[in-house]
Design a protein around this ligand. Structure first.
Ligand code: BGC
Length: 539
């Protein structure tokens, strides 16, 4: 619970309880006349501490981290910021260049954190602002940027601004949220009625009745969010993952998603970030990823939809291979790819999607890490961590990190949630083998970090031949060729459109085996079943 909020809320709750017990007789002021919580609306001026990160950090891979599930430092069974700090060496060794922390703001739900109760405070179960400052310092010292999840669309029902807003129609914060009286009809959002009735009107809250939407057509609300963003940027936070940007503004029952105002709002955020050094923005817009990924909006967005094609392509589906080959020919440059994340609507953990088939797992990972765009890795993906089907919905995907074959690597206490079902075999301690999934991730991340063409080069001559997919990445004079055989048998493939008579040296698996293209730029390659090859191409 947020300590700034608890004392303020208590009188309201106490009065409600009294009324419920029949204590509200004549002369007793109604609960709404009791002390309302104050809202911190203080302005925050820009004060950029600068960035010590390498100028290409935004082209590196990012680890999505659920702080509650990552590492416990105090034995209470829940992960925290101090625990995460203790694992930074592991993340650096793996080769990621950024961390996306799922919400670390004080929250009402005390779990996934998207019901924020204080936009300028850390969830007490995770630690303090000083812990975040230490995390920033330690991550930066290891060349990693830290991005926070920011929820502009809605707050928690217990956020002081909403407690004020719902108190009365004349409250100064009434217009911070979306109210109508009477409740409009004819709306269906995510299959339900988003309007939540109260005695003084109905508020709009499509995700949950405890997540009321802000009224983002109110300039005061937007300006306050900008102050909140500066609060974190001034501390040295390197950017944000922006939640639910498709849902920011509603214009009617058939116009509640991806409205024109949403793009303008996100351009405003992008412009704010651009006044700071090297800050990054990745938006979550499952239904319009490329529109929000464009430089006219966020300039970076998750490539929703692509994740399913990457997994199907890794299984050898030729239609999916063609879609994967075509994707980056038209997509904006800032797309952030991923294989799964914390939301079950985006798919189960990769391990469960491929039924534990490690060859397919590695092919999907290689596509994610070697195609254009910015790859995101969901914590534990690098060790083949699965979900736990005995848990419901998203919880199945948000289990404690499998550091060891039991809970002992995660906590010295009792984990607050059941472990991943495959913890006994897929865990960090058991992944030292050079043939492990973790060793594979490490090799490809190392290659990506070593080769600017792979991290940020253009996408040249993508091609599909049966179960074989190939593409080149080009930056300046550095050219890389990636070839994968997703099929279950060895094949000889003909790769076209290389520079005439190009010399090739194999970088992965690293043995420097040489090959060459003919005068027509054709290369003939023998490819083992379900294999990945990466070459340095010299004209
Ligand atoms: C997040 C979910 C969250 C929802 C509402 C989504 O974008 O990924 O986990 O519940 O937004 O904030």
């Amino acid at each position: 619970m947020n300590p700034r909020q608890l004392p303020a809320l208590t009188p309201v709750l106490a009065c409600l309880a009294l009324a419920a017990c029949g204590g509200g007789g004549p002369g007793v002021p109604p609960p709404t006349d009791t002390v309302l919580p104050t809202v911190d609306t203080s302005a925050v001026a820009a004060a950029d501490p600068g960035s010590t990160l390498a100028s290409d950090w935004q082209h590196g891979a990012v680890m999505e981290i659920y702080v509650r599930g990552y590492q416990d430092s105090d034995g209470n069974g829940m992960g925290d910021l101090k625990g995460l700090i203790s694992r930074l060496d592991y993340l650096q060794d793996l080769g990621v260049k950024g961390l996306w922390l799922m919400p670390v703001n004080a929250s009402q739900d005390h779990d996934h954190g998207y019901a924020v109760t204080d936009y300028r405070a850390i969830e007490p179960q995770y630690g303090t602002l000083a812990d975040l400052d230490e995390l920033l310092k330690q991550a930066h010292a290891r060349g990693m940027g830290v991005m926070l999840d920011y929820v502009m669309n809605h707050s928690a029902g217990q956020h002081p601004a909403f407690v004020n807003s719902r108190d009365s129609t004349s409250n100064a914060f009434r217009d911070w949220y979306v109210w109508q009286n009477p409740a409009p009809t004819g709306w269906s959002v995510f299959g339900g009625n988003p309007w939540r009735s109260t005695p003084t009107g109905a508020y709009y809250a499509p995700f949950w009745d405890q997540m009321p939407d802000f009224k983002l057509t109110n300039p005061a609300v937007v300006s306050w969010h900008h102050d909140n963003l500066r609060f974190w940027l001034n501390r040295g936070v390197d950017g944000f993952r922006f939640d639910a940007v498709g849902n920011l503004v509603e214009n009617g029952p058939g116009a509640w998603q991806n409205q024109p105002e949403n793009y303008t709002l996100m351009q405003g955020v992008r412009s704010l970030l651009d006044t700071y050094a090297q800050r990054s923005l990745v938006c979550e817009a499952p239904d319009a990823p490329q529109l929000f990924g464009a430089s006219t909006a966020c300039g970076g967005a998750f490539a929703f939809g692509l994740q399913y094609d990457l997994v199907a392509a890794a299984k050898g589906n030729t239609g999916a291979l063609a879609k994967v080959a075509a994707y980056h020919q038209t997509a904006p440059a800032g797309m952030a790819s991923f294989l799964s994340n914390h939301d079950s609507f985006a798919g189960q953990r990769l391990w469960d999607q491929v039924g534990g088939n490690q060859a397919q797992y590695k092919l999907a990972a290689a596509m994610n890490l070697l195609l254009p765009g910015r790859p995101f890795i969901y914590y534990g993906e690098e060790i083949g961590m699965g979900g736990n089907p005995s848990l419901s919905g998203d919880w199945a995907l948000r289990t404690p990190m499998s550091w060891t074959a039991d809970q002992s690597g995660f906590t010295s206490g009792t984990p607050w949630r059941a472990l991943a079902s495959n913890v006994a075999t897929q865990n960090v301690a058991a992944s030292a083998d050079p043939a492990s999934i973790r060793a594979f991730y490490k090799s490809l991340l190392w290659l990506r970090n070593l080769r600017p063409s792979i991290a940020q080069g253009s996408h040249v001559a993508p091609q599909v031949q049966g179960g074989v997919i190939a593409w080149q990445r080009l930056l300046g004079t550095e050219r890389s060729l990636v070839v994968m055989n997703t099929g279950a048998s060895d094949v000889t493939a003909s790769i076209a459109q290389l520079p005439a008579l190009a010399n090739l040296n194999r970088l992965y698996p690293a043995d420097n085996a040489a090959a060459s293209a003919d005068a027509g730029g054709l290369l003939s390659l023998n490819l083992p079943a379900q294999s990945v090859r990466v070459y340095n191409v010299q004209p």
